[in-house]
Design a protein around this ligand. Structure first.
Ligand SMILES: NC(=O)c1ccc[n+]([C@@H]2O[C@H](COP(=O)([O-])OP(=O)(O)OC[C@H]3O[C@@H](n4cnc5c(N)ncnc54)[C@H](OP(=O)(O)O)[C@@H]3O)[C@@H](O)[C@H]2O)c1
Length: 240
């Protein structure tokens, strides 16, 4: 907070607090199948998205944004609707939250600390990342400014820590489905962008089953289709 003791200091402090409180919790570029699955079944080292789950992400793989991060530097990537959503998904982020299964395929107590995520030495986060888990583990920092912290005291604690770390910018809730569902159930997500891929998975991790989103205050505020996905944005308003 600015250390301002001038007569206008109160105003500055209030403005700072109001900017901080505008920090949103956003789910972005979360891909689901037509039948509502956010991941296929049987996640393992060869299938980070579960068996068949990579079909959900086809819309993003060819975008300029994805290619710039993981491929050819963006030269061969495509612009357009899909890329517009990919660009938005990284704007104004100060921290991330994710579930332990998004971080990796290891279940139960950590056998050691060798696993450092799917993403190699320079993960695409470049902010603090708060990983929800029941199994404590020390924080560690990777190239590019990504620090993974492991949070064992629940979704509220993770959100509080992420908001503090984000310094007024938004917090992105990366996934996976179990984690997004918990934050939805508590009405804590301000904005949820779903990319509905034109595929049926038939099994896996379902995103919205059993959640009464209108009752939780969510409405669809944007929808647009590309050749590869139908994008919808759900925004949280007052609870009905
Ligand atoms: N469709 C997309 O765009 C998208 C995006 C991201 C990820 N994914 C995919 O989604 C799948 C993972 O989703 P998921 O639903 O299986 O799991 P997840 O949400 O990533 O992680 C769930 C695990 O996180 C820990 N956890 C969650 N909430 C907790 C809490 N409140 N307190 C303590 N620990 C908590 C628990 O692990 P422990 O008990 O073992 O500690 C729990 O089993 C992966 O295949 C991933 O690739 C898809």
């Amino acid at each position: 907070m600015p250390d301002d003791v001038s007569p206008g200091g109160d105003l500055v402090r209030r403005a700072f607090r109001s900017v901080s409180s505008m920090s949103k919790l956003r789910v972005q570029a979360f891909s689901i199948s037509i039948d509502g699955y956010g991941a296929g079944p049987g996640q393992n080292l060869d299938n980070p998205m579960g068996v068949g789950g990579m079909a959900l992400h086809q819309w993003v793989l060819g975008t300029k944004t994805f290619q710039a991060m993981h491929g050819d530097g963006g030269a061969g990537g495509e612009g357009g609707v899909d890329d517009d959503f990919a660009v938005r998904s990284f704007q104004n982020l100060g921290a991330w939250i994710m579930g332990r299964n998004m971080f990796g395929p290891i279940r139960g107590p950590w056998p050691d600390h060798d696993w450092q995520g799917w993403w190699g030495p320079n993960p695409p986060y470049h902010t603090p990342v708060f990983v929800l888990t029941h199994h404590p583990r020390p924080s560690f920092t990777m190239e590019g400014g990504t620090t993974f912290h492991f949070v064992t005291d629940g979704i509220q604690a993770a959100l509080t820590r992420a908001r503090e770390a984000a310094g007024g910018r938004d917090v992105r809730l990366g996934g996976g489905t179990a984690t997004v569902r918990q934050y939805l159930r508590e009405g804590l997500i301000d904005e949820l962008h779903l990319a509905i891929a034109p595929v049926l998975l038939g099994a896996g991790e379902h995103l919205l089953a059993g959640l009464d989103l209108p009752k939780l205050g969510y409405t669809c505020t944007e929808h647009v289709a590309s050749d590869k996905a139908t994008h919808v944005v759900l925004t949280k308003g007052p609870v009905r």
